[in-house]
Design a binder for this molecule. Structure first.
Ligand code: F6P
Length: 498
C-alpha cells in the first residue's frame, strides 16, 4: 500500500469518507441535474460537528458517470466521487456486495471471488482516498466509513501522514475461520490498519479483527491495541480496535412519533388493515441477511396451526428495494414473493390477505406511523451489524406499548435487553416467542418498553459519533511532514480540529 504521493492539503478540519453522499441526485428531462438531501442517521449524527468544524463529505453520487463539482449543502462541503457503470458493477455490486457483504455476514450466501472485482475495488478506494486527501486541512481528521472503503485508511496515510484517520465498520467483522477465505485478506487488514482508531458495532467484531491481525501478520497486539513498528522513516504507531455501537437520532424519532399527524396516520393504518386484533410488522431492506423468509414462514405456520387467525392477526412486511442488480437479491425477491403468495392463497380472505407485502421505501413519517400502529415488531436478521429498525421502533413507542422480537444475531441484541430474543434459524422457537409477544400483558409490555427506551434515548447517534471522535482526537498529533504543502491561504498546522 506504500508508494503514495503526498498531495496538497485542503481546508476542511473533518472529512467524512463514505460510499454514498448524503444527497440524492436527479436528472430532469432537459438533462438538468439537481439534488435533495437524503435523510440518514449518519448525516444527522455528523452534521452538527461538521458544521462546527468545517466539514467535508466525500462520497459517490449514486449514479453512473455522474461528475459534479464539489458544492456546499447546509454548511457541509459535498465532494462527489464519480464511478463509471463498469466500476459500479465490479466495485459496488461485485466486490462490495457480492464478495465482502456475504463473507462478513457469515457466508449466509456464498461470496464470489473475482480478481477483476478486487482490482476495481482497489482503484475506486484509491480515488476516494485521493479526493479526501485533497480536502483535509493540515493536521485534520478523516473518518472513513464501512466495508466498501477498507483500503482507504492506509492509502490516506500514504497521501497525508499528517492527519488523524478513523475507520468505522458498520457491518459485522467475521471470525478468522471465515475471513481467511478472502484471497486479499492481508491487503484488507493492512488497509484498515492505516487508521489510528478502528471502530466496530460489537465487542465480538473488534476481537475478531484483532484475532485476524494476530493470525495474518507478525504485529504485536495487546488487548485492543495493535502496534505497528517504525518503518520507512515512519515512527512506531498504535492502532486501537474497539466497539462503538451506532444508534439513531432517538429524540427526533420520538418527537416525530408524538406528532398529531403521525398518531392520526397510525390510526388510519390500522383502519385500512381492517382493525386487526394483532398487527405484526417487519421492516427491512430486501436483503438475505434480514431473515425475512424465516419470519414469514414462522408466521405462516402459526396461521396454519390456528394459533393465529386471519384477519384477527396480520403481518405487514415492508421490504425496500435494494441492490437489485445482484443475483442473490433477485433470487431472494422471488423466494419472498413466492412465499407471501402461497400464504395469502392458502389463508387470506377477500380484502384480508394474511401478509401485506410492500416492496417500497417510505419516508420517516410513514415509518413512524407504522411502528406506532404495530403491536409486535419482528426483527429476525440472520446477521446484522446493528439493526437500526429495532431502535427506531423503540424510539417511536412513547406510549410504552408494543413488543420487540429481536434476533440474537444483531448488534442491537447486545444492547436491547428488554426485547424478546429469538434465534431465527429455530422456526419452532421463533413461533413460540412470537406467540409470547402477541399474548404479552400490557403491564409486561410497559416494563420492557421502558427499559428499552431508557437505553435507546440515552445512547443516541450523536453520543456515538462524539465518543468515536473523542477517542480519535486523543491520538497524539502526527507532525505535518515537509511533504505536505499547505493550501494557499492556510498556514501549516492551522485548522486542527481538536
Ligand atoms: O449497513 C451497511 C450499508 O452499506 C449502509 O451503510 C447502507 O445504508 C445500507 O447498507 C444500504 O446499502 P447500499 O448503499 O448498498 O444501498
Amino acid at each position: 500500500m506504500s508508494g503514495g504521493r503526498a498531495v496538497s492539503a485542503g481546508a476542511y478540519d473533518l472529512v467524512v469518507v463514505a460510499n454514498r453522499l448524503p444527497v440524492d441526485f436527479t436528472v430532469d428531462d432537459a438533462g438538468e441535474l439537481s439534488w435533495t438531501r437524503s435523510p440518514g442517521g449518519l448525516v444527522t449524527a455528523l452534521e452538527p460537528m461538521m458544521q462546527a468544524a468545517d466539514g467535508a463529505w466525500v462520497g459517490w453520487s449514486g449514479a453512473a458517470d455522474l461528475a459534479h463539482e464539489p458544492f456546499d449543502a447546509d454548511d457541509i462541503r459535498l465532494v462527489p466521487v464519480t464511478l463509471s457503470a463498469e466500476e459500479i458493477e465490479l466495485y459496488y455490486e461485485g466486490f462490495a456486495n457480492d464478495t465482502l457483504w456475504p463473507l462478513y455476514h457469515d457466508v449466509i450466501t456464498a461470496p464470489a471471488y473475482h480478481r477483476n472485482w478486487w482490482e476495481a475495488y482497489r482503484a475506486v478506494n484509491r480515488r476516494f482516498a485521493a479526493a479526501a486527501a485533497e480536502q483535509v486541512a493540515p493536521g485534520g481528521t478523516v473518518w472513513v466509513h464501512d466495508y466498501q472503503l477498507q483500503l482507504v485508511p492506509a492509502m490516506m496515510r500514504d497521501l497525508r501522514p499528517d492527519v488523524r484517520i478513523g475507520f468505522f465498520n458498520h457491518i459485522p467483522f467475521p471470525g478468522i475461520e471465515i475471513f481467511a477465505q478472502l484471497p486479499w485478506r492481508r491487503q484488507i487488514i493492512d488497509g484498515i490498519l492505516g487508521a489510528d482508531v478502528v471502530g466496530f458495532q460489537r465487542a465480538s467484531d473488534a476481537s475478531n479483527f484483532v484475532r485476524a491481525v494476530r493470525r495474518l501478520t507478525d504485529l504485536t497486539t495487546r488487548g485492543q491495541v495493535i502496534t505497528l513498528p517504525a518503518t520507512n522513516g515512519r515512527s512506531e504507531r498504535h492502532v486501537r480496535a474497539a466497539p462503538f455501537p451506532i444508534s439513531i437520532d432517538s429524540r427526533h424519532f420520538d418527537e416525530l412519533a408524538r406528532s398529531p399527524e403521525v398518531q392520526q396516520r397510525a390510526r388510519e393504518i390500522r383502519e385500512e388493515l381492517g382493525n386487526p386484533w394483532t398487527l405484526l410488522l417487519g421492516v427491512d431492506r430486501l436483503d438475505y441477511t434480514k431473515g425475512i423468509t424465516h419470519r414469514i414462514k414462522a408466521f405462516g405456520e402459526l396461521v396454519k396451526e390456528g394459533k393465529l387467525t386471519v384477519p384477527d392477526a396480520t403481518l405487514v412486511q415492508v421490504a425496500s428495494p435494494s441492490r437489485e442488480n445482484v443475483e442473490a437479491y433477485q433470487q431472494l425477491r422471488e423466494e419472498v414473493e413466492l412465499l407471501v403468495g402461497r400464504i395469502n392463497g392458502d389463508y387470506g380472505h377477500l380484502g384480508h390477505p394474511a401478509v401485506h407485502y410492500l416492496h417500497h421505501s417510505y419516508p420517516p413519517q410513514e415509518m413512524a406511523a407504522m411502528y406506532l400502529a404495530a403491536d409486535v415488531m419482528l426483527v429476525t436478521a440472520l446477521r446484522d451489524g446493528m439493526n437500526l429498525v429495532a431502535k427506531e421502533y423503540v424510539a417511536a413507542r412513547s406510549d410504552d406499548r408494543g413488543v420487540l422480537v429481536l434476533s440474537e444475531f444483531t448488534g442491537a441484541a447486545d444492547e436491547l435487553a428488554g426485547a424478546v430474543m429469538v434465534n431465527p434459524h429455530d422456526i419452532d422457537g421463533m413461533k413460540e416467542r412470537i406467540l409470547k409477544a402477541v399474548q404479552m400483558e400490557p403491564r409486561e409490555q410497559r416494563k420492557r418498553m421502558r427499559r428499552l427506551r431508557r437505553k435507546v434515548l440515552t445512547d443516541d447517534v450523536s453520543k456515538w459519533s462524539r465518543s468515536f471522535l473523542s477517542v480519535l482526537e486523543a491520538v497524539p498529533q502526527a507532525a505535518a511532514g515537509p511533504s505536505v504543502p499547505a493550501p494557499a491561504g492556510v498556514a501549516a498546522g492551522a485548522g486542527v480540529s481538536s
